[in-house]
Design a protein around this ligand. Structure first.
Ligand code: AGP
Length: 610
C-alpha cells in the first residue's frame, strides 16, 4: 500500500508533506517523492529507498515559497523500486503531476494508444500512463476536472490519486476507486491523504471518500463530485478522536487485527488484472513464457509452507501436475534430487527467508528453474528466481502472517487454474465455479468479518486457559489446522498441535482429556464424514471440541462438541472463510492472555538467518 498526502494552504507545503510521509512510513515503501508548485512551475524530486534519501535531495533546494504540494511513498507493484519508477510522475509535456496508490489494470492498452500518438514514457509504471491519459483528455474548453474525470472513466482498476497542475497553483485534485483516500479539512488549508495519520496534527475533521468520487480542494474550499457525472456530492466531515498510533493501525488495536480485516481487500488486489469473469480467463503473464511444469516442488517455511500444502491437491487435480511440498530447512540439507522438467516453486512473503533462499540456490545449482511467489518486490528471492509472481497484498507489518497467506492461496489457486487450462486438464465448469466464487469472496468475507471476530472472542474466552490443544483437519483442512496451531503457538504461547485428523488413532488421541480441547476444521467437503467420526471419537473421550463447520444438513449433524458455523462455500474456497476464523481465534486468545500480539517473543518478521 502506498502513502499519499496532498496539501494546499498557508504553510510552507514541502516540509509539511515530508512530515506527513513520515507518519505514513508504517505502510511500508521502497521509494518516495514530492511535487510542489512554485512560480507556476511543477517541481518533482524523487528518491529510491527511505525518506532520508529524499530529504537529502531536498536539502538546499528553495522550497519555502510553495504552499501547495503532494508527496508519495511507493510500495512497488509494477516495475522495480527505482527512482524512475518512483512517484510523482510528470506527464509527457510536463503539464501535470500525479501520485497513485493502486493498480490500473488496462494500462498496457492505454499506453499503446498513447504511444501511437507520440507520447514518450520514462518509467515502467501504470501511473505514468494514467497521468498522460489525463493530459490527452485536456482539450480546449475542457476544465482539468472534466479531463481528469474523463480519463478515469476509461481506466479500469484500483486507484487513490492526487494531481497537480501549474495552471492552478493553489489547487489539488484527487480521486478514489477501490483504494483508501480521505480529506482533511483545516482552517485556511486542506489535505488529501491515504490515511489519517498524514494530517492528524493539523486537523481532526475528516471526509471519507467513497469509490467513484473526484475532489477539488483549495486553501479555502473543498468540493466532491461523482467521477461518472461530475454531479456535486454532499459529504459530511467526521471528527476523529484517535491518537497518532491508533490512527496508523486504522483504529484497530494491533496491526495483526488490521491485516486480518484487510484480507477482503488483499484478495481483491491479488486477483486484480488476473481474472476475467466474462471470458472465464486467468492471466498470469509472468508464466506465459514457459510450459506448465511436468512436476512441481514447492519449498517454503512456516505459514508459506502451509500455503503450499493447501495448494498441492489443486495443482494435481486441476492441472495434473504431480506436486510435492517441502520445508526449506529440511530440503536444503538432504541432497534432494530434482527431476528433469521439474519446477521449484519457492513461497516467501518477505522474499528474504534464509532457508527458502538457500533452497532456491540449490535448485538453480541443479539446473532446476525456480518460480518465486513473493509479496515484496525487489526482495532477494524475487530477484534471484527465474520467474516471480507477486501477491500484491501490500506490506504485512505484524510478525504473524495473515493476509499474506490468503493472498498466497489465491495466487496458487489461480496458478492451478492457469496451468490446468494450458494443459487442457481443467473442465470449464470447475473454472467457472472457481472464478465466480473467487470474485464474490471479498464482499462475502467483508460482511462476515465482524461476526467472525465476535465468535472468535467468545471461543477464545472458553479455551485460552487450556494447557494445550489440537488443531485437526483432513485434505485441504489439514494445512489450515497446521496454520491454526502455528498461530496459537506464536501468539499466545499455548502449546498447540496441528495434525491430520486421520492420524489421531495412531497415538495422539492419548493426549485427549477434559483439559485438552480439539479444534476441528470440518467444512462439508467430501471428507466431512471422516472428520465427523474423528471428532465424535474425541468427544466420546470427554475431550472438549470446537468444530469449525457449515450449517448442519440432514445426516450431517455433529454429535458432541461445540459448532462454529460458517457459510457454505464452493470446494476449496471454504478455506478462505475458515482461515480468518482461526486467525481471529489465535488473536483473541493472545489478547486475552496479554501477549505482545504484533511483536511476539523470540520472533522476527523475516528470518534472514538460519
Ligand atoms: C508466520 O506467522 C510466521 N511469521 C512465520 O512462520 C513465517 O511464515 C515464516 O518465517 C516464513 O516467512 P516468509 O513467508 O517471509 O518466507
Amino acid at each position: 500500500m502506498c502513502g499519499i498526502i496532498g496539501y494546499t494552504g498557508h504553510r510552507p507545503a514541502v516540509p509539511l508533506v515530508m512530515e506527513g510521509l513520515k507518519r505514513l512510513e508504517y505502510r511500508g515503501y521502497d521509494s518516495s517523492g514530492v511535487c510542489f508548485v512554485q512560480n507556476r512551475e511543477l517541481h518533482v524530486i524523487r528518491a529510491e529507498g527511505k525518506l532520508k534519501l529524499l530529504e537529502d535531495k531536498l536539502a538546499g533546494r528553495e522550497v519555502s515559497l510553495s504552499t501547495t504540494a503532494m508527496g508519495h511513498t511507493r510500495w512497488a507493484t509494477h516495475g522495480a523500486p527505482t527512482e524512475d519508477n518512483a512517484h510523482p510522475h510528470l506527464s509527457c509535456y510536463g503539464k501535470l503531476a500525479i501520485v497513485h496508490n493502486g493498480i490500473i489494470e488496462n494500462y498496457q492498452e492505454r499506453k499503446n494508444d498513447l504511444l501511437s500518438k507520440g507520447v514518450r514514457f520514462s518509467s515502467e509504471t501504470d501511473t505514468e500512463v494514467l497521468v498522460n491519459c489525463i493530459e490527452d483528455e485536456l482539450k480546449p474548453g475542457l476544465s482539468l476536472l472534466e479531463a481528469f474525470a474523463g480519463a478515469l472513466q476509461k481506466a479500469h482498476g484500483a486507484y487513490a490519486l492526487a494531481l497537480l497542475s501549474p495552471d492552478e497553483p493553489n489547487v489539488v485534485y484527487a480521486a478514489r476507486q477501490s483504494a483508501p483516500l480521505l480529506l482533511g479539512i483545516g482552517a485556511g488549508e486542506n489535505f488529501v491523504a491515504s490515511d489519517i495519520p498524514a494530517f492528524l496534527p493539523f486537523t481532526r475533521d475528516v471526509v471519507f471518500l467513497e469509490d467513484g468520487e473526484i475532489v477539488r480542494i483549495t486553501p479555502t474550499s473543498w468540493e466532491v463530485f461523482s467521477i461518472d457525472t461530475l454531479q456535486p456530492l454532499e459529504k459530511k466531515p467526521q471528527r476523529i478522536e484517535w491518537d497518532l498510533q491508533a490512527a496508523q493501525k486504522g483504529g484497530f488495536k494491533h496491526f495483526m487485527l488490521k491485516e486480518i480485516f484487510e484480507q477482503p481487500r488483499a484478495i481483491a488486489d491479488c486477483m486484480s488484472g488476473r481474472v476475467n469473469l466474462e471470458r472465464l480467463e486467468v492471466s498470469i503473464p509472468e508464466l506465459d513464457s514457459a510450459d506448465a511444469p511436468a512436476r512441481l516442488r514447492v519449498i517454503a517455511c512456516g505459514t508459506s509452507y502451509n500455503a503450499g500444502l493447501w495448494a498441492m491437491p489443486l495443482m494435481e487435480q486441476w492441472a495434473g501436475i504431480p506436486t510435492t511440498v517441502e520445508i526449506a530447512s529440511e530440503f536444503r540439507y538432504r541432497n534432494a534430487l530434482l527431476s528433469p522438467g521439474e519446477l521449484a516453486l519457492v513461497i516467501s512473503q518477505s522474499g528474504e527467508t534464509a532457508d527458502t533462499l538457500a533452497a532456491l540456490r540449490i535448485a538453480r545449482q541443479q539446473g532446476c528453474p525456480v518460480l518465486g511467489l513473493c509479496n515484496v518486490i525487489g526482495s532477494s528471492i524475487a530477484r534471484e528466481a527465474d520467474m516471480v509472481v507477486f501477491t500484491q497484498a501490500g506490506p504485512e507489518v505484524s510478525v504473524a502472517s495473515t493476509k499474506a497467506l490468503s493472498s498466497q492461496m489465491v495466487v496458487l489457486l489461480l496458478m492451478a487454474l492457469y496451468w490446468g487450462r494450458k494443459k487442457k486438464t481443467l473442465d470449464r465448469e470447475t473454472l467457472r465455479q472457481a472464478l465466480r466464487g473467487l470474485a464474490a469472496l471479498p464482499t462475502q468475507l467483508e460482511s462476515l468479518m465482524p461476526s467472525l471476530n465476535d465468535e472468535a472472542r467468545r471461543m477464545a474466552a472458553r479455551f485460552s486457559s487450556c494447557r494445550g490443544m489440537f488443531f485437526l483437519g483432513r485434505g485441504q483442512s489439514y494445512p489450515l489446522a497446521l496454520e491454526g496451531a502455528l498461530k496459537v503457538k506464536e501468539l499466545s504461547y499455548i502449546h498447540a498441535e496441528g495434525y491430520a485428523a486421520g492420524e489421531m488413532k495412531h497415538g495422539p488421541i492419548a493426549l485427549v482429556d477434559p483439559e485438552f480441547p480439539s479444534f476441528f476444521i470440518a467444512p462439508h467437503d467430501d471428507l466431512f464424514a471422516k472428520s465427523k467420526s474423528n471428532l465424535e471419537e474425541v468427544a466420546a473421550r470427554s475431550g472438549p471440541v470446537i468444530a469449525l463447520t457449515n450449517p448442519p444438513k440432514p445426516g450431517m449433524e455433529l454429535r458432541g462438541g461445540e459448532s462454529w458455523i460458517l457459510p457454505d462455500a464452493w470446494g476449496p474456497l471454504s478455506g478462505f472463510l475458515m482461515l480468518p476464523a482461526i486467525q481471529l481465534f489465535s488473536y483473541e486468545a493472545a489478547t486475552l492472555l496479554g501477549k505482545d500480539v504484533d511483536q511476539p517473543r523470540n520472533l522476527a518478521k523475516s528470518v534472514t538467518v538460519e
